[in-house]
Design a protein around this ligand. Structure first.
Ligand code: ATP
Ligand code: MG
Length: 288
């Protein structure tokens, strides 16, 4: 039985026609941020993007973390010297020049991060409009030329200038929260930074989505955290909760999202469900 169930799930992931995913009424730019490390920012970015792409919704991932984990997961070239988000920020290349198609899907594009981004946080300090350089690079013309419906920006685990650039460039923030004891700690700091950006740089920015990640059903604590987050944030919390799953953590080692690596796994299914929720909220201005 379990094998049959898994096959069914795989079929659902691999035959997207049966599970329609709506295109948004207008293009959505979503920053995935949480200054806490290892909460699932990158995993959520690449798997939500892959789920949308697999369903025909063209999606761009911008890897804004010098670690380059998102670039690895979607399997795009990110050796030093590759046109990347670093060159984009300093104005040496355009968005169209820096975007690469993932080997996993033509609908999945990525602007990679190379190690060159590691110095950018400091280099940006002395640059003009240092908080808005990404925003300026994401022109309507370039996004239209790439023909993308979604842009996900994967942030590093800090609240420095790279994250500020991501918050300035987006319409929405998606905050992944790990179902763990210290989950809510530090969130106040993130939210007050978001408020600062709203006030000074990007009035229309909203925290549109909270995604609970790495849920371990065996612990009472996970349920407590889940409840606490729901009480605090209400309906911006997605109903889908991402379970802790070995397949999810193994996939990047193969240069794959979990949807490509093991489409029948619970991890793949849950990201597919989460992506559907995100997509449904994007229809007819529901995200605002
Ligand atoms: P950083 O702050 O370093 O950028 P992050 O917030 O982007 O980290 P991830 O890299 O997505 O977090 O995840 C941290 C680790 O947890 C990774 O090794 C990842 O493979 C693993 N992981 C993420 N989600 C899950 C999951 N649902 N089940 C099991 N492992 C997971
Ligand atoms: Mg990351």
């Amino acid at each position: 039985m379990p094998i049959a169930e898994e096959a069914l799930r795989a079929a659902k992931v691999l035959h997207p026609d049966e599970g329609f995913m709506p295109r948004p009424s207008k293009r959505r730019v979503i920053t995935v941020a949480n200054q806490k490390g290892g909460v699932g920012k990158t995993t959520s970015t690449v798997n939500l993007a892959a789920a949308l792409a697999l369903h025909g919704v063209k999606t761009l991932v911008i890897d804004l973390d010098p670690q380059g984990n998102a670039s690895t997961a979607v399997d795009v070239d990110h050796r030093s010297g590759t046109p990347s988000v670093y060159e984009l920020l300093i104005g040496e290349v355009t968005l169209v020049e820096a975007a690469q198609a993932s080997s996993q899907s033509d609908n999945l594009l990525c602007v990679p991060a190379t190690i060159d981004l590691a110095g950018a946080e400091i280099e940006l300090v002395s640059m003009q409009s240092r908080e808005s350089r990404l925003k300026e690079a994401l022109t309507d013309e370039a996004l239209a030329q790439l023909d993308v419906d979604y842009v996900f920006i994967d942030c590093p685990p800090s609240l420095g200038l790279l994250t500020v650039n991501a918050l300035s460039a987006a319409h929405e923030v998606l905050i992944p929260i790990q179902c763990e004891y210290y989950a809510l700690e530090g969130l106040g700091q993130l939210l007050s930074n978001i408020e600062l950006v709203q006030k000074h740089l990007n009035r229309t920015l909203t925290v549109s989505t909270i995604l609970l990640t790495m849920y371990d059903g065996r612990t009472k604590l996970a349920d407590q955290v889940t409840q606490e987050v729901k009480n605090h944030f209400g309906e911006v919390v997605l109903k889908t909760i991402i379970p802790r799953s070995v397949k999810v953590s193994e996939a990047p080692g193969y240069g794959q999202t979990v949807l490509a690596f093991d489409p029948g796994s619970r991890g793949a299914m849950s990201y597919l469900d989460a992506a559907r929720e995100v997509a449904e909220r994007g229809v007819e201005g529901k995200q605002e």
